[in-house]
Design a protein around this ligand. Structure first.
Ligand code: OAD
Length: 257
């Protein structure tokens, strides 16, 4: 069985990570949509770093929930499996999903990279929640160094390794998804906890369904993808996924050899 899963912030909601657009998404009364942009970083890098540092701390303190566990389990059961997650947290990985079966299409919050030369730094889960320091000593001017981390190679500002609004997706990550979709019919596509507002997310889900299998959406609310789904489950992911998985496993056991 070839299985394709797409996740968004809703799958991590029950681990205590606020979704972007839901209640609790606001930070210090600021809409996250206005922080996750190159313009916001250009205007106030320190503010953007503070937001990301708080999110890093929250993620480090969080644990994968039952839905992350089921996704990792599905990957083990499937003949071929790919997850595309819009989440920049590491909860899928910590639930046991191997890196080569996962595409973090919007990047990784624990990566820090240079906005100038591309130098990368992995802050890791166990590392300090602060951006890489010491800023002032490495800054190409004292002012920059005092407000945000700077690159040890070129002195430009370091930024979180995530994709901001208006930025390009990594072509190597797109290629991983395209290769999977081109690799044969997808028997089961499950889209979990995303508002599905991005064209590429809808496109990948529909193309996977069109190759012949089921498209199941798990989301308490309706989304633009709902009308394309072959089945919609209006429940929280951590409730719905364990039930769905035991149903699928039951079906497989009943299949003739
Ligand atoms: P959103 O915050 O837009 O949407 C979260 C979705 O999860 C909503 O559709 C909720 O109905 C649903 N949801 C909430 N609780 C849930 C639960 N317990 N179980 C299942 N679903 C639940 O998050 P995303 O769709 O992931 O991009 O947002 C997509 C992208 O927009 C993000 O990756 C980020 C954001 O701005 C960038 O930063 C580029």
């Amino acid at each position: 069985m070839r299985v394709f899963v797409i996740t968004g912030a809703g799958i991590s909601a029950e681990s205590g990570i606020p979704t972007f657009r839901g209640a609790g998404g606001y930070w210090r009364n600021i809409d996250p949509m206005t922080l996750a942009t190159p313009e916001a970083f250009g205007r106030d890098p320190q503010l953007v770093w503070q937001w990301y540092n708080e999110r890093r701390s929250k993620i480090r303190a969080a644990q994968p929930n039952a839905a992350h566990e089921v996704v990792a389990n599905l990957a083990r059961q499937a003949d071929e499996f790919l997850l595309v997650t819009q989440n920049v947290d590491d909860l899928h990985a910590r639930a046991g999903l191997p890196n080569d079966q996962m595409v973090q299409i919007h990047g990784d919050i624990f990566e820090t990279r240079c906005s100038g030369c591309g130098y990368k730094f992995d802050a890791g889960r166990g590392a300090s929640p602060e951006p890489p320091a010491p800023c002032a000593a490495q800054a190409h001017d004292g002012r920059l160094g005092s407000i945000a981390p700077t690159c040890p190679e070129c002195g430009a500002l370091m930024r979180p390794g995530v994709v901001w609004f208006g930025e390009m997706l990594d072509p190597r990550k797109i290629a991983m998804v395209e290769d999977f979709l081109a690799g044969g019919a997808v028997d089961l596509t499950v889209v979990i906890g995303t508002t599905a507002l991005f064209g590429y997310i809808i496109d990948w889900a529909i193309r996977a369904r069109d190759s012949g299998g089921q498209l199941i959406e798990i989301n308490p609310d309706e989304t633009p993808l709902s009308r394309h789904a072959t089945k919609v489950i209006r429940e929280a992911a951590a409730i719905a996924l364990p039930k769905l998985a035991s149903g699928l496993l039951g079906q497989r056991r009943r299949l003739p050899e």
